[in-house]
Design a protein around this ligand. Structure first.
Ligand SMILES: O=C1C[C@@](O)(C(=O)O)C[C@@H](O)[C@@H]1O
Length: 237
């Protein structure tokens, strides 16, 4: 299976449906997923890693929707604290089914050989970055991190930042509106996450994450179906 590849363009907000556990992935139907999202994120770190490395493909029933594969590192919210070697092995195992790959900006240095394989296969990758604490300096860093992602060859820069107040929300939306040299996907986490996700989609956010099933993959995430409806109702207003 090699799924169709999404085209990332500002002002065409795509909704990404993610699964917080193996049960939610197993229970999802392609019909339900098509209603909820435009592409699916498979969080490899949240699944049975050894099974996947020995050939299991628990996402195969979702064939037909573009699949984005992520093997999240522990210090950016990943489960199991997988080392770089394991995360690379997981991503490699997913390549035949992948439409796009997620690599943390902080993992780019150890992902050289994978990046080379992606290039050979014409697969693009999203550079991601997370701040689960919501540090004061995060907003100021986003433009330089996006520039770094562009320089490393990413086709999109995605950052998720915990928001503490309305000022933070405004700063995040202003950054999304300003854009970057590559497509940008900003999103808040925490109680202000839902508001931030609709506003960022309205202001050019290309990838907008929600969950399918019974467990979010980030604090404050909407269900993908509701997020898709909210974005469809509000983009262009
Ligand atoms: O990087 C992201 C974004 C995310 O952290 C969110 O905030 O919705 C959810 C993760 O599953 C995904 O890999």
């Amino acid at each position: 299976m090699s799924s169709q590849r999404p085209v990332l363009k500002p002002y065409q907000p795509l909704v990404v449906g993610s699964f917080g556990n193996a049960e939610s992935l197993a229970a999802a139907s392609i019909a339900e997923a098509r209603v909820a999202c435009d592409l699916i994120e498979i969080r490899l770190d949240l699944l049975d890693v050894e099974d996947i490395l020995t050939g299991s493909r628990p996402w195969v029933h979702l064939e037909g929707l573009p699949l984005l594969f992520t093997a999240r590192r522990g210090d950016e919210g990943g489960a199991g604290d997988l080392d770089a070697g394991k995360r690379l092995e997981l991503l490699r195992a997913s390549l035949p089914d992948a439409a796009i790959i997620d690599i943390e900006l902080a993992s780019v240095d150890v992902s050289g050989s994978l990046k080379e394989e992606l290039r050979e296969q014409g697969l693009s990758w999203v550079a991601s970055w997370h701040d689960f604490e919501g540090r004061d300096d995060s907003f100021g860093r986003i433009p330089e991190l996006a520039a770094e992602a562009a320089k490393a060859g990413a086709s999109c820069f995605k950052a998720a930042v915990r928001l503490h107040d309305l000022e933070g929300l405004k700063k995040l939306v202003a950054l999304q509106k300003a854009g970057a040299e590559i497509p940008l996907a900003l999103m808040g986490m925490g109680p202000l996450a839902p508001a931030s996700r609709v506003l960022c989609a309205q202001h050019g956010g290309v990838l907008n994450y929600g969950y399918i099933g019974n467990a979010p993959t980030a604090p404050g995430q909407w269900s993908a179906r509701l997020l898709k409806e909210a974005i469809a109702d509000s983009v262009g207003i």
